[in-house]
Design a protein around this ligand. Sequence first.
Ligand code: C5P
Length: 232
Amino acid sequence: MGKDVIIACDFASAEQVFTFLDKFTGKKPFVKIGMELFYAEGPQIVREIKRRGHKIFLDLKLHDIPNTVKKSMAVLSNLDVDMTNLHAAGTVSMMEAAIEGLTRPDGTRPLLIAVTQLTSTDQERMESDLLIHEPIDKVVMHYASCAKKAGLDGVVCSPLEAGKVHDTCGAGFLTVTPGVRFADGDVGDQKRVMTPAQAKEIGSDYIVVGRPITAAEDPVAAYERCVREFVG
Ligand code: C5P
């Protein structure tokens, strides 16, 4: 599994995303399509970006009863995405059903990774709103272990948690980490950040980078810098 930089294409329309992607005339970056773009443009946007030669992480974070997730994952698998995700809170049975739905008749399937606790959830809210009273890092590692048990390939997590996830679930269990910023860049609304080089050091398998690339004056140069720092 090669380490790679995934660009979070958080745009509101096909036009905006294509204007952005047209700048990349050399290597076609691995891109993340999230709910905003997918809900605005529908599955056609996935087909079109794929047709242009990009790998795609479809970040729709499924969470429903196992049968619904299984059938929905079969649809996403047909879209030929390379990676997709779900909420580990849906339980091991939901995650197992997701793998079943995602697996194509020839046995291949996109990578499937789990969201553990959202980084917007802190200890206090987890206790008051979700009635979960264990320490949050223990909850995150438990959810990661459940994802592994269900046969998933990895988790989305903070680069600060990547080392511990590998210790708990094994070096081959993928960590996909957002919250990456250049040492000399704006942090924006991300609280706990790391540089691409630090994320590499700590063992992230994929970094997800949005605004440091999409809002850069020269997005291609920013992307290439990320790749240099992270992949080497
Ligand atoms: O622009 P920025 O680099 O902050 O974008 C990070 C991307 O990763 C966004 O698409 C954001 O929704 C996503 N993400 C995150 N933190 C998480 C999970 C996903 O920032 N815990």
